[in-house]
Design a protein around this ligand. Structure first.
Ligand code: ARG
Length: 404
C-alpha cells in the first residue's frame, strides 16, 4: 500500500518509517518547514531539513518531500489567530494547534499527488495532535484512511532504540530525551520530563528561544508594530520575516515564556511550557489597536467570539464551518484596523506604551481632566438615575418584603 507519513526526522518517526517499509508499504515521507529554527539558526535551517529528507530516502522511503509551508502557516493560520487574539485558556497562543490542520492539509494533498490511500502520523494516543490531524484529514477527504501506528502499538524509548539499532536507523547521540518539543514560527512547546511535576519550576534547559534573567539586556528596547488593514509589520518586515525577527528580538529580552496547567481535548490536565515571543508581542499590539479603534460593544462581543475561536483551534476543529464565520466577522474590522502600537520589551515583559490610529475613537476633548473639557457633566446625573433604576427597584422590593 502507498502511505504518506508526516515525517519530522526524529527517532520516533524514523522508526515508524522503517516499520511501515518492513510491513511492505511504499512510504512517502512528508517533511514540512514551519520555520521552527528560523529565529535561531537562520540559513542553517534549510540544510537541516534537507538532511531530514535525505535520511528518509536512505531509510528506504519510496519518496521524500520537503515542503516550505512557512508563508502559508504565518499568513493563513497564525495571522488568522492573531486577528482573533487567540489565546487558549487566556495564555497559550496555540502554536502547535495551528500547525496541525496545515500538516493535515498537506498530507491529504500529497496523498492525492502520489495516489496514496493512507496517511500516517507519529502521534501517541493521549495528546491533542492526533485529534487535530485526523479530524482535519477526515473533513478534507473522508475516503482516506488515517493511521496512527504509535497509538495502535505504543513504542517505549528503549524498544525504539533497540529497533533502530537493529535496522540501521540513526540513533541520536543523547538518547536521554529530557522533554518533548514541538516548534514552529508561532512558538515552541515543551512538555514531559521534570515538567510533569506541576510544583517543579521549569528548568532553564527547557528554554531555547528566550533568554534567562541574567542574560537579558539591562535596558528596555522598544518596537513599533504597524498595522495596515489588520496586517502587521515592523521595520518594513512582514509575514514570515516579521515573525522570525520578533521571535529573535523579544526572545532576547526573555519575552513569551508561558507555564500552563492545560486542559487537553482528550480530557486530562497536562503541564505545558511554551515560549512564544513573537506571538505574545503581536497579540498585545493587536489588542491595543482594537481597544483604540473598535467600539465598546464590538470589543465586548469580540472577546467572546475570540475565546470561542481559540477553543475551536485548540479542540482540533479548524475545519468546523464556524471558524470561517468567526474569521469573516474578524475580517469586518480590517478597514479600521490600521495604526501603530509601541511595545516595550524588558526583562520578560512586553508592555504596550503607546498606540495611535487614523481610525481612533479616542477623543481627548472628552477624556481630558485639563482645559478644554467637552464632556457634558450634567448629563451624567440623568444617566445614573436611569442606569441604576432596576437596582433601585430591587432594593425597594427587598425592603417591602422585610417590612411585610
Ligand atoms: N499541548 C500543546 C497543544 O496541544 C502542545 C503539544 C505539542 N507537542 C509537544 N510534543 N510538545 O497544542
Amino acid at each position: 500500500m502507498k502511505i504518506v507519513l508526516a515525517y519530522s526526522g526524529g527517532l520516533d518517526t524514523s522508526v515508524l518509517l522503517k516499520r511501515l517499509i518492513l510491513e511492505g508499504h511504499e512510504v512517502v515521507a512528508m517533511t514540512l518547514d514551519l520555520g521552527e529554527s528560523d529565529a535561531m539558526a537562520g540559513d542553517g535551517a534549510r540544510a537541516a531539513l534537507e538532511a531530514v529528507r535525505a535520511k528518509a530516502l536512505a531509510l528506504g522511503a519510496y519518496d521524500a518531500v520537503l515542503i516550505d509551508a512557512r508563508d502559508r502557516f504565518v499568513n493563513e493560520y497564525a495571522f488568522a489567530a492573531l486577528r482573533a487574539n487567540a489565546l487558549y485558556q487566556g495564555v497559550y497562543p496555540l502554536s502547535a494547534a495551528l500547525s496541525r490542520p496545515l500538516i493535515a492539509d498537506l498530507l491529504v494533498k500529497t496523498a492525492h499527488e502520489y495516489g496514496a490511500t493512507v496517511v500516517a502520523h507519529g502521534c501517541t494516543g493521549k495528546g491533542n495532535d492526533q485529534v487535530r490531524m485526523e479530524v482535519a484529514v477526515r473533513a478534507l477527504d473522508p475516503e482516506l484512511i488515517c493511521r496512527a501506528p504509535l497509538r495502535e502499538n505504543p513504542l517505549s524509548r528503549p524498544d525504539a532504540i533497540a529497533f533502530a539499532r537493529e535496522h540501521g536507523v540513526p540513533v541520536p547521540h543523547t538518547t536521554e530525551k529530557p522533554y518533548s518539543i514541538d516548534a514552529n514560527l508561532w512558538g515552541r512547546s515543551i512538555e514531559a520530563g521534570v515538567l510533569e511535576d506541576p510544583w517543579c519550576a521549569p528548568p532553564e534547559d527547557a528554554f531555547a528561544w528566550t533568554a534567562a534573567g541574567a542574560a537579558r539586556p539591562a535596558l528596555p528596547e522598544e518596537v513599533a508594530i504597524a498595522f495596515t488593514a489588520d496586517e502587521p509589520a515592523a521595520a518594513g518586515a512582514r509575514g514570515v520575516a516579521l515573525v522570525a525577527a520578533l521571535n529573535a528580538l523579544a526572545g532576547k529580552h526573555g519575552v513569551g515564556r508561558i507555564d500552563l496547567i492545560e486542559d487537553r481535548v482528550v480530557g486530562l490536565k497536562s503541564r505545558e511550557v511554551y515560549e512564544c515571543p513573537a506571538a505574545i508581542v503581536l497579540i498585545a499590539a493587536h489588542r491595543a489597536l482594537e481597544r483604540l479603534v473598535l467600539t465598546r460593544d464590538e470589543l465586548r462581543f469580540k472577546a467572546l467570539a475570540d475565546q470561542r475561536y481559540a477553543e475551536l483551534i485548540y479542540d482540533g476543529l479548524w475545519m468546523q464551518p464556524l471558524r470561517g464565520g468567526l474569521e469573516a466577522f474578524n475580517a469586518s474590522f480590517a478597514p479600521r484596523m490600521s495604526g501603530e502600537v509601541r511595545v516595550r520589551l524588558h526583562q520578560g515583559n512586553a508592555v504596550v506604551t503607546g498606540s495611535r490610529s487614523p481610525c481612533s475613537l479616542y477623543q481627548q476633548r472628552l477624556a481630558t481632566y485639563g482645559a478644554g473639557d467637552a464632556f457634558d457633566h450634567g448629563a451624567a446625573a440623568g444617566f445614573i438615575a436611569l442606569h441604576g433604576l432596576p437596582l433601585e427597584a430591587c432594593a425597594r422590593a427587598a425592603g417591602e418584603r422585610v417590612s411585610a
